[in-house]
Design a binder for this molecule. Structure first.
Ligand SMILES: Cc1cc2nc3c(=O)[nH]c(=O)nc-3n(C[C@H](O)[C@H](O)[C@H](O)COP(=O)(O)OP(=O)(O)OC[C@H]3O[C@@H](n4cnc5c(N)ncnc54)[C@H](O)[C@@H]3O)c2cc1C
Ligand SMILES: NC(=O)c1ccc[n+]([C@@H]2O[C@H](COP(=O)([O-])OP(=O)(O)OC[C@H]3O[C@@H](n4cnc5c(N)ncnc54)[C@H](O)[C@@H]3O)[C@@H](O)[C@H]2O)c1
Length: 452
């Protein structure tokens, strides 16, 4: 039986960062993947959604730029670019690359079958290791809707079917109104689908600041998307080539496809760990501040249920690699940015006003319509949009949260991400000199409006 320094189970972005760092440092590494090296993110989530969303975004932006008109959609060209970006669902080059770098590449579902030392079995082959890193990601949750399981994947799409779609449906019913629902629903609507989003909670993006949720909802409604909040889908059934759904209030929605966007469940309970004394919690693996589950057993990414984002999976991957290499690095989740790639982009970081109050912070807030105070929105578009909200701790004189709605908010939210992470004072931030004319200048106006 071969013994290696580390076995990485699951080769999404979290697992890839760990494997890459350990190989670079000359360790003997086995990598295990049951589907595609690159994980959900590369083939069915982040990459295809961002590729698909960019085309309608640029189309709308062109229509709103002086001297341009709205370009034509070219779905077949966008589709084939998407196909290239998801590598035609072929990871043979990735596997070859890991082999060339000295990794033992194992194909199949791993199970952890022993400890002291850790022992992993993959399709009949067993390997032992000093360290095992679990990076097995998460699966979409299927809501308990009567009739859902009687419909096939042509009628009920998870993120997998939705991101690899070949035709744009005329009508789509999206269940769930957070990041996945907004990105996929927004894309389909921009491509001409009649979209209905059914959200169980009181508003879209229900964990974010209500002002932000209101702005997104207004924008969706202006674009013809039907948003049904405080509602649930009770049942679905096939109807002709499509589906008919009955909602909790008795109303009906007719659609060609149902898109599931109702959250994800970590895959920590498919590895046999309970037999070895490690009990997953609703699928997630409990980790300490070093991302350690048990001595020599580590977890990164969605399987830890800590902010399910690729940037968090990659960060945890860097932390775990350093720890496997002998360090004692602690993961700190302060100031993780949260972006939804809608049009315009939604970005948030830190605490909402309500969360800050609940934590006893001496809260003060400000909100700025960036189109009223900056030049940048008007050099960018003829009918611009842009809002920024700040949440500060008056007593400590620091920012504790921010939200933004505007072009490229995914980029400029990082100013606050870094400020919160490093505890930069409001006074220091007010004394910064952002480039003119940029959206970053909005921070000066919003900071000056704070009662700090
Ligand atoms: C539609 C959508 C869009 C998203 N967009 C973004 C975005 O823009 N930005 C962002 O930061 N996040 C985004 N996310 C979230 C992001 O996809 C995840 O947070 C990220 O993929 C987590 O990475 P991971 O390495 O933990 O797991 P994954 O990417 O899920 O990879 C896990 C891998 O483990 C493998 N595996 C599972 N079990 C086993 C086993 N027993 N043996 C061997 N292999 C196994 C799987 O096959 C998979 O390849 C999006 C999610 C969705 C659904
Ligand atoms: N841009 C990004 O970084 C990005 C994009 C997409 C997804 N993600 C991540 O992927 C994960 C999954 O996203 P998600 O949006 O699927 O999950 P989520 O858990 O963030 O939100 C699910 C939403 O569905 C609603 N819901 C649940 N059951 C319902 C039901 N039966 N009927 C109606 N509504 C229901 C919930 O109220 C909630 O608002 C999240 O962690 C998210 O952050 C990130």
């Amino acid at each position: 039986m071969e013994h290696v320094d580390a076995i990485v189970i699951g080769m999404g972005p979290g697992g890839e960062v760990v494997a890459d760092r350990l190989l670079t440092e000359g360790r003997r590494v086995a990598v295990v993947e049951r589907e595609l090296i690159g994980g959900e993110c590369a083939y069915y989530a982040c990459i295809p959604t961002k590729v698909l969303l960019r085309s309608p975004e640029a189309r709308e932006e062109a229509a709103d730029v002086a001297g341009l008109s709205r370009p034509d959609r070219k779905w077949s060209e966008l589709r084939s670019y998407r196909d290239g970006m998801v590598r035609h669902l072929d990871d043979s080059a990735q596997a070859e690359n890991y082999r060339d770098r000295g990794a033992l590449v194992l194909r199949g579902a791993a199970r952890i079958v022993g400890r002291d030392p850790w022992r992993v079995e993959v399709t009949g082959t067993e390997v032992t290791a000093d360290h095992v890193v679990v990076a097995t990601g998460s699966s979409p949750i299927r809501p308990p809707v009567e009739g859902l399981d009687r419909l096939g994947p042509d009628l009920v799409w998870t993120n997998r079917e939705a991101t690899n779609l070949t035709e744009i449906p005329s009508r789509a019913l999206v269940i769930g109104g957070s990041a996945v629902g907004i990105e996929l629903g927004g894309f389909l609507a921009d491509m001409g689908s009649k979209v209905t989003i059914v959200q169980r909670g009181p508003r879209l993006l229900d964990r974010e600041d209500p002002r932000l949720c209101g702005l997104v909802t207004e924008r969706f409604e202006a674009e013809g998307v039907t948003v049904r909040t405080g509602a649930e889908v009770s049942s679905v059934a096939s109807e002709g080539n499509g589906v008919v759904a009955e909602l909790s209030d008795g109303s009906r929605v007719h659609a060609d496809v149902v898109v599931l966007a109702t959250g994800r469940r970590p895959r920590g309970d498919e590895l046999g760990l309970a037999d070895l004394g490690v009990e997953p919690d609703r699928g997630s693996l409990p980790v300490d501040e070093h991302c350690r589950v048990a001595p020599g057993l580590w977890a990164v990414g969605d399987v830890t249920a800590r902010s399910m984002f690729t940037h968090v999976a990659k960060y945890q991957g860097r932390v775990v690699a350093d720890n496997v290499l002998g360090g004692s690095r602690v993961a700190d989740y302060t100031g993780v940015p949260r972006v939804v790639f809608s049009h315009p982009e939604i970005a948030a970081v830190g605490l909402t006003e309500e969360q800050a109050r609940d934590q006893g912070v001496d809260v003060t807030t400000s909100e700025v319509d960036l189109t009223e105070v900056l030049a940048r929105p008007w050099t960018y578009a003829t009918d611009p949009i842009g809002r920024l909200g700040l949440v500060a701790d008056r007593g400590r004189g620091v920012l504790v949260g921010a939200w933004a709605f505007g072009p490229m908010a995914s980029e400029w939210i990082h100013t606050v991400s870094l400020a919160i992470r490093t505890g930069l004072s409001v006074e220091t931030l007010r004394d910064s000199i952002p480039q003119f004319p940029t959206y970053n200048e909005g921070y000066i106006v919003a900071l000056e409006a704070l009662d700090v």
